[in-house]
Design a binder for this molecule. Structure first.
Ligand code: SF4
Ligand code: FES
Length: 252
């Protein structure tokens, strides 16, 4: 039998036993994923790092699934050195398996800060900025959660203009026009659901009622179109071109 000291507590370990094995027997928690009691250790996941004194006298992190118990070996399972090692190891694993809830839950259990799970959004905030600065609907905002920051519905009402979706570089914001209703959503969360208007020229659904109201209130009427028109951009262009040609003819 060998005496080792884990976190200041003297424990007895068997000859040839690993530090992880001794810690597990004594209910001392060390995170690990690649260890299996029936298999030889591989040291792959790097999660089980503990702090020990190296032969040169320096404090270093060593893998407890590989490190064998030695008489009077002093081990720390919690220290600044161990925390930094764990954070790096967890984040390296999450780069390979970003959706793994097992790794995320284990990191949470040991209080390790890890990168938020990917949801397609790169947090460029283009959608929020355009909605605030240009459209002025304030329909989007960044929400902080323990899992990271996400774009969510803001304080203002979405007018269904679709500018956010058009600017989004990762196509995370979706527009779905169906049964005369436009739905704007981010990863399943509905930001706005608004009725659509039909173009009087070509008959296609082209803009939401709220967006047209917003445009009417914030811009001047085009001289070549009716005051209260319902025309899509293609039909407006067509009308505008026709009006200019007619004006040209009259001038000649
Ligand atoms: S949803 Fe798109 S536009 Fe908005 S922050 Fe994320 S990536 Fe950028
Ligand atoms: S348990 Fe994976 S490296 Fe030790």
């Amino acid at each position: 039998m060998i005496e080792i000291i884990i976190n200041g507590r003297t424990l007895v370990a068997k000859e040839g036993q690993t530090i992880l094995g001794a810690a597990r027997e004594n209910k001392i928690k060390i995170p690990h994923l690649c260890f299996h009691p029936a298999l030889k250790p591989s040291g792959s996941c790097k999660l089980c790092g503990v702090e020990v004194k190296s032969p040169s006298g320096r404090q270093v992190v060593m893998l407890s699934c590989i490190l064998k118990a030695k008489e009077n070996l002093e081990i720390k399972t919690e220290s600044a050195l161990v925390s930094a090692h764990r954070e790096k190891a967890f984040n390296t694993l999450l780069q390979m398996a970003p959706e793994s809830t097992r790794i995320r839950n284990l990191a949470k259990e040991f209080g390790v800060a890890v990168t938020p799970p990917p949801n397609g959004c790169i947090r460029c905030r283009l959608c929020i900025r355009v909605c605030n600065e240009i459209v002025k609907a304030r329909a989007l905002k960044m929400v902080k959660t323990p899992e990271g920051s996400f774009v969510a519905a803001g304080e203002g009402d979405c007018i269904g203009c679709g500018t956010c979706a058009n600017l989004c570089p990762t196509n995370t914001i979706k527009i779905n026009d169906q049964d005369s209703v436009r739905t704007i959503s981010i990863k399943g969360q509905i930001i706005g659901q608004l009725p659509l208007e039909w173009c009087e020229g070509c008959g296609k659904m082209y803009a939401t009622t709220n967006f047209l109201k917003h445009v009417a209130e914030s811009t001047l009427n085009h001289p070549d179109t009716k005051e209260h028109h319902h025309l899509c951009s293609s039909c407006i262009k067509l009308m505008s071109n026709r009006a200019s040609t007619e004006r040209e003819h009259l001038r000649k």
